[in-house]
Design a protein around this ligand. Structure first.
Ligand SMILES: [Mg+2]
Length: 321
């Protein structure tokens, strides 16, 4: 019986597309495949990224106020600019609006967005409004790169792997919500200052949007290294408790903390820099020579197996929310 070829996962499809696109051309400092693209324009390097929040996929109505949705839409994009070490400058927003959602709701979405952007001196400079089947907020954010652009590709064997803040709060909140408990979805942290400061010492950086293990997998592949994560060192959010807490912290995603790799002699400086931006930086693993992979080990050095590797937007009918 001829077997149907397995459909590609989200990241397999993206990798295939990138091979087909080929060389990005002059002026493109960082092409597709990182948290943001970097473009040389005159004497400035601009960063550009885009991200959508779709009702039924990223959130359910009732989980977020319209204002919180606007803030979230801005911050998930700012997170990608932060992961490159840059600072947001200007955004355009495309709204898809289903029947029944009125101007008052849209006003609040925009108000939440603009208030979050203003904290970085970033402006909303345009957008689009279209009728749609589900409420969706798609943002394109322009940023300005700092003196050093940190990609996913610079991790070297011997580097320490570190994360800002704590992981698992959103994953646990989503789980509780699905179980019918009315817990608040945590706000997306603002890590722009931390990213800008860490950029001076980090060899690679990524924001934790798909889950630590999956996102470190992107760093491993882009850098051509193996990554070992020491499970017991992973900082789990205090609101994330129970038997599954560690698994959720490792895989659930949407924490929007920063994961970076740092040479060991710069770890103390990296910690100071993060603290200066108001957040703790915790070493959780090491970069090793070897085929790109992420291995999770317990305190005895035994390999842990995870059931889910992170979120895949192309994976079958499994609904996110
Ligand atoms: Mg990212």
């Amino acid at each position: 019986v001829p077997r149907r070829p397995r459909a590609p996962t989200e990241h397999e499809w993206i990798r295939r597309l990138l091979r087909r696109l080929g060389d990005a051309g002059p002026g493109v400092v960082v092409g597709p495949g990182d948290d943001a693209a970097a473009l040389r324009v005159g004497s400035t390097t601009l960063l550009v990224t885009t991200d959508a929040l779709v009702e039924g996929v990223h959130f359910r109505t009732g989980w977020l106020s319209p204002r919180a949705l606007g803030e979230r839409a801005y911050r998930v994009n700012a997170s990608d600019v932060a992961a490159m070490g840059g600072r947001p400058r200007a955004a355009v927003v495309a709204l898809e609006v289903p029947p029944g959602v009125g101007a008052r709701v849209l006003d609040q979405i925009v108000a939440g967005f603009v208030a979050a952007a203003r904290l970085h001196g970033a402006a909303l400079v345009g957008g689009n409004l279209a009728r749609g089947r589900a409420l969706a907020v798609t943002v394109t954010l322009l940023g300005v790169a700092g003196a050093r652009i940190v990609t996913r590709g610079g991790a070297r064997p011997g580097d320490v792997v570190a994360v800002t803040g704590r992981l698992g709060a959103t994953g646990c909140a989503v789980r509780a919500r699905r179980a019918g408990r009315r817990v608040a979805l945590p706000r997306v942290p603002d890590r722009v200052e931390a990213g800008a400061r860490l950029a001076a010492v980090a060899t690679a950086m990524i924001d934790v949007s798909d889950g630590l293990v999956q996102d470190l997998g992107h760093v491993a592949r882009a850098s051509g290294v193996a990554i070992r994560v020491d499970a017991w060192r992973v900082p789990v959010a205090p609101t994330c408790r129970g038997r599954h807490a560690l698994g959720i912290a490792l895989t659930a995603g949407e924490d929007y903390e920063l994961a970076c790799t740092v040479p060991p002699r710069r770890l103390a400086a990296a910690r100071r820099r993060a603290r200066g931006a108001g957040v703790a930086l915790t070493a959780v693993g090491v970069v090793q020579a070897g085929r790109p992979s992420v291995t999770i080990v317990d305190e005895a050095g035994r390999r842990l197996r995870l059931r889910a590797g992170g979120f895949d937007h192309l994976a079958g009918p499994r609904r996110r929310r």
